[in-house]
Design a protein around this ligand. Structure first.
Ligand code: MG
Length: 160
């Protein structure tokens, strides 16, 4: 009998003028980017937490402390790869993942498929097992004021 588990992740990063905007492993041209210890890829961080949550292995703050020089400016795809490896060590494989990005700007639609393909390749799964969605918040809240971007993610993992 298959052992299925689900997990949820959520993350927020602050936007600031003149910084790089990397979301879902894709660099997106924009006037603002993320203030962060790593590359600030808030989508990957939420996804890592969903995967870790599914396996009850803690969170990325525990695994990759933002005080560690080792993780300064790190490509978050490296963190995601490590999370997938950790799950594999415990015998877990990824079923599917689904992320919702809340950002007022820029328009993310043109980048969605590239994010899905990048995330799928990083996790070693098919792109049809990776969903990325984006929504504005109709100018409400910190996302609407373009002060930050939030992402929630869910992941299903399984053991055969
Ligand atoms: Mg983060």
């Amino acid at each position: 009998m298959m052992n299925f588990r689900i997990g949820h992740g959520y993350d927020v990063h602050v936007l600031k003028e003149g910084l790089r905007l990397v979301l879902g492993g894709v660099e997106i041209p924009h006037s603002k980017g993320f203030v962060a210890h790593s590359d600030g890829d808030v989508a990957i961080h939420a996804l890592c937490d969903a995967l870790l949550g599914a396996a009850a292995l803690g969170d990325i703050g525990k695994l990759f402390p933002d005080t560690a020089a080792e993780f300064e400016g790190i490509d978050s795809k490296i963190l995601l790869r490590r999370v997938v490896a950790l799950l594999a060590e415990k015998g877990y494989r990824i079923g599917n993942v689904d992320c919702t990005i809340r950002a007022q700007r820029p328009k993310l639609r043109p980048y969605i498929d590239q994010m899905r393909e990048t995330l799928a390749a990083t996790m070693g799964i098919d792109a049809d097992c990776v969903s990325v969605k984006a929504t504005t918040t109709e100018w409400l809240g910190f996302e609407g004021r373009e002060e930050g971007v939030s992402v929630s993610a869910v992941a299903l993992i399984y053991k055969e």
